[in-house]
Design a binder for this molecule. Structure first.
Ligand SMILES: [Zn+2]
Length: 322
């Protein structure tokens, strides 16, 4: 049994930074303890160490270690590439070379400690997929250590994609929280952008929020836009998705229409301000530095540029470079 060839088939948003990945997840191997043990003993096997959402990066490529070099920590199977090389992740302490700092400062060897958010858009398809998968699983293992039924410490399965309670036998799986993110336009095709109260100064983006239990993604779009801006939307339509394991979201991108004659009423709990932008308004505000958009690693940036019709200037904060 073989898995289908990787390749997400990008929609109208084009290539999303964290929705890439070329390594086969070999899901059929996850219950094969002998295969996993043999892969862990194979010196060709590559291990990505992840600590608090960070990994070691050199020249926009992940730095892997051998199983022998990997630190103690929860281990999980990421997949196998077309050359037969197996990849694991380990949630454990990074071993940065002297001089490398958590701020992305390079050590003497050029190795940096970087977060997925900082480097996700710069990595190759293979590395972006592996880092995203590893961060998602590491975040789950790091925060779900006990059985939710009786509080007993759980035991991860050999592939690290589930965990079992030794007391009651209950099985537990990684959790993904769906969130919607939506670009709303008015009848003049102006786009609704908002500034979150928690963001510094010039940053604006489209609206977003979590899908609640018992709610469809489309219902969440309609509810969140109404809650945050008082705008009623129609014609909610799906664009595409991207994992955002910070710590465990799946971002579902949408467009929606705002019928004429509505007034924005900002919910100041979440937003500092929200207003309509024509394409010319937005470009002028970005070029003058009055406003800044989310980074290219985000689905928000792709949705805004898809509406605009091409690339826009500005980033929130560029990743540290040397
Ligand atoms: Zn239990």
């Amino acid at each position: 049994m073989t898995s289908p060839p990787p390749g997400p088939g990008f929609g109208p948003l084009g290539e999303l930074a964290l929705a890439r990945g070329t390594v086969d997840r070999v899901t059929h191997r996850r219950t094969d303890k002998d295969w996993i043990d043999a892969a862990w003993k194979d010196p060709r096997t590559r291990v990505l160490v992840v600590a608090n959402g960070h990994a070691l990066v050199r020249d926009d490529a992940l730095v892997f270690v051998s199983p022998e070099q990997a630190p103690a920590g929860t281990r999980f199977l990421l997949g196998q590439d077309s050359d037969g090389v197996v990849y694991f992740g380990v949630s454990g302490p990074l071993d940065p070379p002297a001089g490398a700092g958590a701020s992305g400062v390079a050590g003497a060897s050029g190795v940096r400690v970087m977060s997925l958010r900082e480097v996700g858009a710069l990595l190759s398809d293979r590395d972006a997929g592996l880092f995203t998968h590893a961060v998602a699983l590491a975040n789950w293992h790091d925060t779900h250590t006990h059985c939710p039924l009786d509080g007993t410490p759980t035991v991860p399965d050999p592939a690290g994609h589930s965990a079992t309670c030794p007391k009651d036998g209950s099985e537990h799986f990684p959790r993904t929280d769906p969130a919607v993110i939506m670009l709303v336009t008015d009848p003049e095709d102006r786009c609704l952008l908002a500034r979150n109260a928690a963001w510094p100064g010039r940053r604006v983006s489209i609206l977003a929020g979590f899908v609640e239990p018992g709610e469809s993604a489309e219902q969440a779009v309609t509810r969140e836009v109404a809650e945050e801006t008082g705008i009623t939307v129609t014609n909610v339509r799906y664009l595409g998705s991207q994992p955002w394991p910070m710590p465990r979201s799946l971002m579902l991108g949408f467009r929606a229409d705002a019928p004429a004659g509505q007034v924005i009423a900002v919910d100041h709990e979440e937003l500092a301000e929200a207003r309509w932008f024509s394409r010319a308004d937005l470009l002028a505000a970005l070029e003058s530095g009055e406003l800044a958009l989310p980074p290219r690693v985000s689905i928000a940036r792709h949705i805004i540029e898809a509406w605009y019709g091409g690339p826009l200037p500005s980033v929130w904060s560029p990743p540290p470079r040397s």
